[in-house]
Design a protein. Sequence first.
Lengths: 160, 651
Amino acid sequence: MEIAWGSVLAFLGIAIAVVFPGIGSARALGRLGEHAAGVVTEMSDRFGATLILQALPGTQGIYGLLIGFMIMTKIGVFDLANFVPLTLYQGSMFFLAAVPIAVVGLLSAIAQGKACAGGMGIIAKRPEDLAKAITYPAMVETYAVLAFLASLLMLNGIPL
Amino acid sequence: MSLAPMAKIAILIPDNLKNELLGLLQKLETVEITECSEADLSPYYVQSSETVADRISELEADLKKVGGSIKLLQEKFRPKQGIIEQFASLRTPVSEELFVSVANEPGSVMALCDEIQDLERRWSELQKTAGDYQRILDELTPWLNFDAPLAEVGNTATTVSKLGSIESRELAELTAELATMPDAPVHLEVISQQGQRTFLFCLYQRQDQELVQTVLSKYGFSEAKLPQSDADPKTEHQRLQDKLTQITEKANAVHAELARLNEAITKLLSLNDILSFELKKATVAQLFGDTGHVLLISGWCRQVDFARTKEAIESTFPVAVVEEQKPAEDEIPPVALYNPKLVEPYENVTTTAGVPVPGSADPTPAFAPFFFIFFGMALGDAGYGVLLTAMALWLTKRTRAVGDGLKFLRVLLMGGISSFIFGVLTGSWFGDLLPIKTIWFNPAEDPLKMLIVSLALGVVHLFVGLGVTFVHNLRQGRVWDAIFDQGLWWVFIGGICLILIGFSTVGKVIAIAGGIGLIFTQGRHEKSWLKKFFKGLMSLTDVSSWLSDVLSYSRLLALGLASGVIGVVINDVSQMVSGVPVVGLVFMALILGVGHVFNLLINVISAYVHSSRLQYVEFFGKCFESGGRLFEPFALRTKLVQVIPDQEKVN
């Protein structure tokens, strides 16, 4: 059987879209979990606030999965009966569409995690300032959102 | 759009009416009391007496005691915590009757505190003793089979006897080695074996002491330290066990007594709030100016409340005098936000970023409609909108929220409504779960159209931001500033927008006119002509910041799509498992339920945060000047308990 390199590239695109932002989110959430546990050891009533703060860099992983899922839908992974092998040209476009969220997702999750870690300090000292603690990490989130948007629009424009 | 005007208020009242006046002010909640300086009353000013300071420290000590008792009880009898309590501490509801009765007789509740602390001390002492007994009992357990009085173990004139233990695996070798020493006979008796250790009784002649001991220690023999007693271990064990039971019973009784007192914890919580009221009153009273006979109370009051406050005070206390004073030049009034009911909840969003400086514009009413729309676009699902609205309503009722908490829930409530409207327009009901017809268009199918909608909304939002400053400048009489700094930007950016949407000829003319206007006006504060020109020219580089500001609104598309697409993914996955025989439908329901709730929560956070951010960074950049101090009228608010009026039932 001849290998449809286009489809292979598209699958590679799915893989990087899911893997890299996932790694970034997991790393950030793990670190933040440690910080949050530290705060809660002293002040158990801060659980809710620290949980929200910990969850913030989780969105990159979700954006990555979404792009992966949308590629899957578009190339017909769920509908194998009608699965059409892609040309190399189409495949590389799918791959490239995954690049923004893969790269920016990974790096912005880690960066956002650092901003959240700073926010944990706010929660520990001034729990009433939760909104402020959330706003700084939200600034970082912007770039994940933009990358997601770029990936999405690129994906949308691929002719099949 | 502007802040509530403030009036400086001065109240003169005889000394003996101090508490009554405080009571009235607390009910009115319209006056923020400021410190009255010596200069205000000179030369009649007298230093406030020490009794006030004494009263304050007395109250602080009482508060500490009550707080300590509450903490003690709550640590021992942890109150049940639901999901909500994990996220916010709720106030305990108490009936008005109970609250008033505690307020009238704080002494009996204070006595409870003494009792609680006393009981706690006894309880921990008993616990400690019980622990000691338990340790001795544990040490005795291996020796229960030893049938001689413990006191008889030891040395006689010719013999030595010992109780001790070794590792069980050493036993065989020890016995063997002892057997090789016929000159030094040793009687070795195994009393019991527990775990890895064997417990031994050994008896040998005094003359062989050194030799035997060397052998014993070689095998790790460790002597047992047992209590001296005339009884054998079994009897002694029984005796101690009985004692321990007695102590435990006593401790249990103390614990039960504490549990009984814990039922009165609402009284303690009430007392804590009552004492903090008293403390606050006493602290505020320190701010009053005093002549020895008359008190001067100065403070701030919203202009709209002034007449009402004056009327209330003067009718309650005919001797009192209430006057409006002209603030001194260097006095900066506090800032009160004053908005219609629908806009009021969004004040939270403003104050999170900061309090506007006195005399500037309050941006809240200008951005509130945009916050509403943005939230709806970012969540963007009719089903989620309904859920969020219901959740916000339920939480409002359940937590009996007041103040900022209530405002926040109101923002969520309106966000839910907005999301519902937007979801209906775009045909999104829990993703694609409910096949209800799209009224407008589906952003997932035509993201470019949605992108344009988002960016266009952004431009309008920013223009309104300029409008806030424009109006403010006009009101302050700075007509030219309004025209040059805001009006020309409208013209310039408006022209560029016209070009972008296809009216290039008209747009070009307008944009160039605006641009030239900016070049000639933005440098008007500079002195030299050259600087004027360059500053004007440089101002055009702000276009880049406009570009990034406008592009920032693309997040509305992305967030809306993200929540929609995740919803679709959840539905797809649940579809896949629905085919599994028997459990398929259960799994499907589970995935749908958990998935959509999770998606809702994540996206509510995103929608709130990003809608706020668009105000803070983009909108406030055009119109907000923070640095004021929020107006805090004197009021007494309970922190730990929530007083329920007698008409309602405490549930």
